[in-house]
Design a protein around this ligand. Structure first.
Ligand code: IMP
Ligand code: MG
Length: 203
């Protein structure tokens, strides 16, 4: 990959309704590697969504001493912002998922790595960046259950209802989005764009 491909370029795209005063909408467009993305959800809106679910958690989980289990890499920014808004006594830990290649199945089972704390009997809140088909979350839930938690809740920054292929109950959803490919606020395109403060969608 050439060095140029690593650079995020910014330009403004003028979407004006030709000539009409005060009707110019300037949408920011960025390029990551070979793809163009346009501004989709601003940081302020994202953080309002996070504040809303944090308030729900503060009410639902009071006295439960929950342990938040955030999934790296995608959930790092969401987890950081969420934990600033959680006011009840709680712990946070981070896990990674690795594709597990069984000998008898071609299913893309994900193995949970790095869960060093005991979650036996605990109230667990899984913290994920996005639920798309739901396959990853179902696999993660199965793995978590082998550690015999007391109860497990799911918190996700983003949810694409139209893409869901699994029966899954999501307890906390900060933002529902259409079935677009997005980057920013922890989510990546081929490793890049995780650091963007706002969320962009592929053009
Ligand atoms: P699922 O198993 O189909 O629900 O997909 C979950 C994983 O796919 C997420 O944890 C992300 O890593 C990735 N993913 C799904 N949709 C997007 C997207 O729009 N942008 C970036 N990553 C995505
Ligand atoms: Mg992820």
């Amino acid at each position: 990959m050439g060095k140029k491909a690593l650079i995020l370029t910014r330009k403004s795209q003028n979407c004006s309704n030709f000539g009409l005063l005060n009707s110019t909408i300037v949408k920011e467009v960025i390029t990551i590697k070979d793809k163009a993305f346009e501004m989709f959800i601003e940081q302020e809106v994202i953080e309002q969504g996070i504040k809303r679910i944090a308030s729900q958690m503060n009410a639902d989980l009071v006295g439960k001493n929950p342990i938040f289990v955030a999934v790296l890499n995608g959930a790092f920014m969401f987890a950081g912002e969420l934990m600033k808004e959680v006011t009840i006594p709680s712990e946070i830990t981070f896990v990674r998922l690795a594709s597990y290649h069984g000998t008898t199945t071609t299913n893309n089972v994900k193995e949970v790595l790095g869960l060093n704390e005991s979650i036996e009997g605990r109230s667990v809140v899984i913290v994920e960046d996005i639920v798309d088909s739901g396959n990853t979350m179902v696999s993660l839930l199965e793995q978590m259950k082998t550690h015999r938690p007391g109860d497990v809740r799911i918190a996700t920054l983003l949810f694409k209802p139209a893409a869901l292929r699994q029966k899954l109950h999501l307890d906390y959803v900060a933002l529902e989005i259409p079935n677009d490919f997005i980057v920013g606020y922890g989510l990546d395109y081929d490793g890049y764009g995780r650091n963007l403060k706002d969320i962009y969608k592929m053009k």
